[in-house]
Design a binder for this molecule. Structure first.
Ligand code: B1H
Length: 794
């Protein structure tokens, strides 16, 4: 149906009155935002129904993406853009005396994820919808998403996030879609069969959010599970006046979906986490089987119609749970059930960090999920039997622990890494023995990002320039950005490109003034490192370089320096003391630098609190320089690196994760490379004095460490960073010292390139023009072809 400004205005008014229950004279921004959201949601429902019907009518193969995290961010503007209704919505609102942008900014940022892994799941949902890949995302409807970050005297303070304190207009509650999830209890043998008698039960109840693709041609469902008690409360206890005990079942249930674990790349060996993982997995697998059995009756053909992707090992109980249902409920033999499950399942690995690889004690697994523990032992035995050459060192169950990586590997027909380098390391370092036994199992699917959110929405200025230059359509065919390349020779195009960047920087400096109270010069270089705070990501090296620069300027206050604004964003896991120390140091250095008159117009440090998807949309389009400086071999892929380069930032980076492929695509001459390679890191680490020797070779680094140790950045507590300095000299696992000198060398090259404004313009524009490969549409096509065997329905 064709929509006009007038009819859409009436839709908004209708929802304001009948759904929100307000009249226009008394409606707040929140009320208007809800009314607008409902009016847009109405436009999604039809394509959503049509997609469901089409999948049903044609019996399309369906993909189920299981993830503990979906880092969605705001939905309103994204939906409006994909529906092609942003212009009409803005105009209709104007007629109502409302401002579209104000309403967009009122929406809370749905933060049901930690970082890259969760954001990737969100980009993949959007790409599946864009490509017409029939699919469902399954996750948890956490009451509290990732904590909010504040700084108090420079230190991170966490407060609970409360996105559900407001009405969430995008979801549909489905109380009729619910499953009982069981925990604990014991096993009994009855008539030769194993029966699990649970000790605790919880109901998983569905909340569906439609995900609309580009141009509204297809919509999929993100189904998030909430927990409800199986018995509402104990009436007998309540009548006795024991109100707290009476509410126990409810408390128990709600605990499961209360919070997102705020650990990025660290494994949390907590019972509640295991329960969350099983809660997600069990409800999803049951829902998948129910959907399948609505249209089919032969479960041995499941793999022809269903593909299930496990986003890391967090939902790796999918294997044992599927086998359990096929065997215990549908009477299949174990062998057949295992084979079918393997054909259906795929596993994406996102990290090699040993501290992130999930393991559960057999005692805990046996207590919380006794039947699954048994099935895991059977899987392990069956795999050993089929592969007699398998060394015991890679058994799923060993040293009284269940190894979820090995479990996921064995239970999947395909295992994938998330960048070319990472996939090679998955094969050679993480699963060398299993890869030898199954040489075709590990494949690569390099990550990608959705250009709808990360270019069209976040950077309207650049999006317009692209469309004006090469026409529309690049949004769903990002390789077309290469058509920009011939225009880069044209000085007017380069000017226009740089004017867009400057506009974004002006807008972002106004924003920084608001949130940090600092005046930032939009003509300085915006040097951006935004990501979770982690030792391997080496924000510390960036701070050291900032201090070295400060020191340089102090020594030569009359000198010429390329003005830089060092911009940081990111959260530390609450229990990660070393990362929190880095947060503190960034803020301490920022205070000294930003109040030093010698630094004026030369160096500034900005660290706005509470980095999230929305802040990424603010900062990325304004970036000149993208810091991708992880210790080689540690960052599985990175996706911020792609977003920044796509938006015309130049990268300073190591040969790590997807940086390797980004550099190949944009060309080595348009990328500032430095640092040890993954191999060199391993060799160098064998020298126990690697850090000491590197520091002895770099006067600049020696000075930096001396300044920190003297308490120059912590005058109120001079020994605050003695531990940090000591560790840098004596252990430095992540090789900050060994890479520092080369990093400084590369930074000097960055300065030089930035001074030549026209050269910089060429390089930046080339980055944008050559990033087409990194669309998540390309990634999803790869999954569809190589892993899922799924076809586009469009
Ligand atoms: C990534 C995680 C992760 N890798 C454990 N691993 C978690 C591990 O809650 N947990 O227990 C949560 C997250 N996240 C990231 O995935 C990688 O570090 C990035 O390099 C990569 O780009 C991203 C998406 O593949």
């Amino acid at each position: 149906m064709n929509l006009t400004r007038e009819s859409f205005r009436n839709d908004i008014l209708h929802h304001l009155k009948f759904t929100v229950g307000k009249d226009a004279g008394h409606a707040s921004t929140y009320d208007w935002r809800l009314a607008l959201s409902f009016a847009l949601r109405d436009r999604i429902v039809e394509p959503w129904f049509a997609s469901t019907k089409d999948t049903w009518d044609h019996d399309h193969k369906r993909v189920f993406y299981l993830s503990m995290e979906f880092l969605i961010g705001r939905i309103l503007e994204d939906a409006a853009i994909n529906l092609g209704l942003k212009g009409i919505a803005a105009a209709a609102l104007m007629d109502l005396g409302q401002d579209f942008d104000t309403l967009v900014h009122d929406e809370p940022d749905a933060a049901l994820g930690n970082g890259g892994l969760g954001r990737l799941a969100a980009c993949y949902m959007e790409s599946m919808a864009t490509l017409g890949c029939p699919g469902y995302g399954y996750g948890i409807r956490y009451e509290h998403g990732l904590f909010r970050q504040r700084f108090e005297t420079g230190q991170q303070v966490e407060t609970p996030e409360d996105w559900l304190n407001q009405r969430h207009p995008w979801e549909f509650e489905r109380p009729e879609s619910n499953y009982t999830v069981r925990f604990k209890g014991h096993l009994e043998e009855r008539h030769g069969r194993t029966v699990w008698v649970p000790g605790e039960t919880v109901i998983a109840t569905a909340y569906d959010t439609p995900v609309i693709g580009w141009e509204g041609r297809w919509a999929n469902t993100l189904r998030l599970w909430g927990a409800k008690p199986t018995t509402l409360f104990d009436l007998e206890r309540f009548n006795r006046g024991d109100y707290t005990a009476a509410a126990e079942p409810e408390t128990l249930a709600r605990t499961i979906t209360r919070v997102l674990y705020p650990d990025d790349t660290t494994y949390a060996g907590k019972e509640l986490r295991l329960k969350q993982e099983y809660f997600l997995t069990s409800a999803s697998i049951k829902d998948i089987l129910r959907r399948y059995l609505e249209a089919h009756d032969d479960l041995t053909e499941l793999d022809k119609h269903v593909a299930i992707q496990m986003n890391d090992t967090h939902p790796a109980l999918a294997g044992p749970e599927l086998i359990r249902l096929l065997v215990d409920k549908y009477n299949m033999t174990f062998e057949r059930a295992m084979e079918i499950s393997q054909n259906v399942l795929g596993y994406t690995n996102h990290t090699l960090l040993p501290e992130a690889l999930e393991r559960w004690s057999t005692w805990l697994m046996g207590t919380v999920l006794p039947r699954h523990m048994q099935i895991i032992e059977m899987i392990d035995a069956a795999h050993q039997k089929a592969n007699p050459a398998r060394p015991s060192s890679v058994a799923i169950v060993r040293n009284n622990e269940v190894h979820m990586g090995e479990l996921a590997f064995v239970m999947s027909h395909k295992v994938n890494g998330v960048s070319a380098l990472h996939t090679e390391l998955v094969k050679s370092q993480l699963f060398p023995e299993l890869t030898k036994l199954h040489p075709d199992r590990v494949v690569n699917q390099t990550n990608g990002v959705t250009p709808r959110r990360w270019l069209k929405l976040a950077n309207p200025g650049l999006a317009k320039l692209v469309t004006d230059t090469i026409g529309g359509g690049w949004e769903a065919d990002l390789e077309r950005l290469s058509e920009l390349e011939p225009h880069i020779a044209d000085a007017a195009f380069r000017e226009a490109f740089m004017a867009v960047k400057r506009g974004n920087k002006v807008q972002t400096s106004n924003w920084m003034k608001k949130v940090c109270g600092l005046n930032v010069d939009p003509d300085a270089m915006f040097d951006v490192q935004v990501k979770r705070i982690h030792e391997y990501k080496r924000q510390l090296m960036n701070v050291f370089e900032t201090i070295a620069q400060w020191h340089e300027i102090k020594k030569n206050p009359e000198g010429d320096f390329v003005p830089r604004v060092k911009i940081f964003g990111g959260k530390s896991a609450p229990g990660y003391a070393v990362a929190k120390e880095i947060v503190h140091l960034i803020n301490d250095v920022g205070r000294v630098v930003n109040t030093d008159p010698d630094m004026r117009g030369r160096l500034q440090v900005i660290y706005p609190a509470n980095y999230n998807v929305t802040m990424a949309e603010q900062l990325i389009p304004a970036a000149d320089l993208s810091e991708q400086i992880s210790t080689a071999g540690k960052e599985a892929s990175g996706t911020g690196n792609m977003k920044l380069s796509l938006n015309g930032a130049l990268t300073i980076g190591t040969l790590d994760g997807a940086n390797v492929e980004i550099r190949e695509h944009v060309g080595p001459e348009n990328f500032f490379l430095f640092g040890l390679t993954a191999e060199e890191v391993l060799t160098r680490r064998k020298n126990v004095k690697h850090a000491r020797e590197a520091i002895e070779h770099s006067q600049a680094l020696k000075d930096v460490l001396q300044l920190i140790a003297e308490g120059r950045f912590s005058p109120d507590e001079r020994d605050r960073y003695h531990g940090l300095v000591d560790r840098t000299w004596n252990s430095d696992y992540f090789m900050v010292a060994s890479d520092f000198a080369d990093y400084q060398r590369a930074q000097a090259e960055v300065d030089e390139a930035f001074l030549d404004r026209d050269r910089w313009a060429r390089m930046a524009a080339i980055n944008t023009a050559r990033m087409g490969f990194f669309s998540s549409d390309r990634s999803i096509r790869g999954y569809m072809d190589d892993i899922w065997g799924a076809k586009s329905a469009l």
